[in-house]
Design a protein around this ligand. Structure first.
Ligand SMILES: [Ca+2]
Length: 144
């Protein structure tokens, strides 16, 4: 199954801000951020490489405003340097995020705790990571 085929098999389930970003390779009950994160992991060949792609600017998760929720930018789309844009409502690669509108690129230090939060043990680890990030924000900003 190619990453694009994966996206077409995703059974969308509306998520909440509390469920984090989950890796859902079977595509069952994935929300928009789960689907885009999993897609990136499949393209890059694993989670570590996906995080590396985010850190290097090769790929990014973007908060976008969708036509169905105009007021709040709750939808998430994936941009990848080699492929373009894709998301869980428009499941083909394309050159622009349309019909969605870019709002902001999700920075790595906001994505990582959400990814950690998406795992069963990640709730505890995620909280620890947030503390770690907050305590080391100065160093991390220098590193990025
Ligand atoms: Ca999610």
């Amino acid at each position: 199954m190619t990453p694009e085929e994966y996206m077409q098999t995703v059974r969308y389930k509306k998520g909440s801000v509390l469920d984090g970003i989950r890796y859902v390779p079977d595509g069952k009950d994935a929300d928009c951020d789960d689907a885009t994160w999993t897609m990136l992991c499949l393209i890059e060949g694993g989670k570590r490489k996906a995080i590396k792609a985010l850190a290097s600017g090769k790929a990014a998760l973007w908060r976008v405003r969708s036509p169905t929720n105009k007021a709040l930018a709750r939808h998430v789309a994936l941009w990848h340097r080699d492929y373009g844009w894709i998301d869980s409502t428009r499941r083909k690669w394309r050159e622009t995020p349309a019909p969605h509108v870019k709002v902001r690129k999700m920075r790595l230090f906001t994505v990582l705790p959400l990814i950690a939060w998406g795992y069963p043990l990640g709730k505890i680890a995620g909280a620890g990571l947030v503390v770690l990030l907050v305590n080391n924000l100065g160093h991390i900003v220098q590193f990025l």
